[in-house]
Design a protein around this ligand. Sequence first.
Ligand SMILES: [Zn+2]
Length: 247
Amino acid sequence: MTRIVALPVRFNAGNTERTLFPVIAGDSKTTVLIDTGFPGQLPLLEAAAEQEGFSFSSLAYVVITHHDIDHMGSLAALKKKYPFVQIVASAIEADYISGVKKSPRLEMAEERLAMLPASEQKATRDYIETLQRVERVPVDKLFKEGELMSCLGGILAISTPGHMRGHISLYFEAMKVLVAGDALGVRDGKLQMADPYYTLNMAQAKDSVQKFLKYDIRKIICYHGGLFEGDCRKALEGVLDSWHVNE
Ligand SMILES: [Zn+2]
């Protein structure tokens, strides 16, 4: 039997408790992890997986939805400890994950820094250093739009740019579960559009959410907010209807 679980990774950032939701899915043969938390969070991930009855020793693939620090932060550490794991991402994100191309987040922060007076540069400098310190890793396998991984009843790649250029979401066909990454969010049990502050292109992000309507979806898991259960189609239509408000 295949199981899919949103793994709560809890930690403190300043005075606030934060939770991220990487996803783990597996059957008796294959285990797949989607996204890896911030740098230094591999032990948290391992513990959360173990709590749900999964072991990283049977991990076959780690899919990275996009290269943001909270998604690929612990990827290098994971690959070092479990070198047999295949890293999977879109071609666009693979270049940022491996460091072949500079992250748009880093470029934007550097542009911001150049416009700030010296007395106000500290926070942005720290942020830039934090991004630069993320260890880059080569991607083993590219996942293209419409491509299907045959394990776990079929995992379909859906190209969902907007939040980030090469962002992908995953649709688990047999279980009818959508792993949305940062294409959507969940707050107070409600499905939300992706956080506009971190979204590179809101119009593109909206088109990406529109694509989800093509699929028969029973559950949606978002990296920020976790599991959404309920009428997924209605919730998606609701998000799309209200999108113009914050555009
Ligand atoms: Zn992100």
